[in-house]
Design a binder for this molecule. Sequence first.
Ligand SMILES: *[C@@H]1O[C@H](CO)[C@@H](O)[C@H](O)[C@H]1NC(C)=O
Ligand SMILES: *[C@@H]1O[C@H](CO)[C@@H](O)[C@H](O)[C@H]1NC(C)=O
Ligand SMILES: *[C@@H]1O[C@H](CO)[C@@H](O)[C@H](O)[C@H]1NC(C)=O
Length: 201
Amino acid sequence: MANAKPPTQAVARPQSKLIRVIAIVLLALIVIVGLAILIVWLTIKPKKLVYSIDDGSIHNYNLSNANHLNATYNFILRAYNPNKKVSIYYDKVDIVVMYDDDTISRGTIDPFYQPKRNATRFKLNLASHDVSLREEVARDLKVERTSGRVEMVVNLKARIRFKVGVWKSRHYHMKVSCAPIMVHFSTSSKGFQRTICDVDI
Ligand SMILES: *[C@@H]1O[C@H](CO)[C@@H](O)[C@H](O)[C@H]1NC(C)=O
Ligand SMILES: *[C@@H]1O[C@H](CO)[C@@H](O)[C@H](O)[C@H]1NC(C)=O
Ligand SMILES: *[C@@H]1O[C@H](CO)[C@@H](O)[C@H](O)[C@H]1NC(C)=O
């Protein structure tokens, strides 16, 4: 009668031991992986990319009575990568210029590679070719023009990849929004207020 207990215990023991060993191994793995991620993160120390519009002006402005707009825009876009370990591939960059929620110009930047701790300036030469504006938008533009400058928005959409050492990341979508940009109607760009953009990856 007393013999009935030990066999059941003997069966139960190795099982609970096994479960404990598995739990310990799993826990150790989680801790090791977590530490590895932390160490990688601390060595790379990713920092946000910094974009700004450093200059902007409007030329050849002509808004017809039928609310068709012709103009050219010169913007200086500055892209700064503050990272010491991360460089960036820009595989596709689309630019949109907006006034009052109406798109007045589109452009692109050629694919480029940005090294670590690098600042690059891009001259964006954009234009409106006979762009049809909504009635109220055209009215706002006419009124604002009399002050010698207008408020515009420059948005960028980019497909980028990060590079750390020899490792390259997957593609990320990056949205950059620069607003408000006070753009002058003159060749002299003095008084232009540098605008820092919002960056969203
Ligand atoms: C604007 O365009 C219209 C039509 O093309 C032209 O008649 C007019 O002279 C232009 N105005 C200016 C200031 O260039
Ligand atoms: C804009 O330019 C086009 C030609 O590029 C011309 O046909 C049109 O009349 C111009 N419109 C204005 C408002 O100047
Ligand atoms: C940034 O990188 C570009 C492209 O590689 C290079 O032409 C430029 O000189 C670099 N600028 C600085 C400040 O290092």
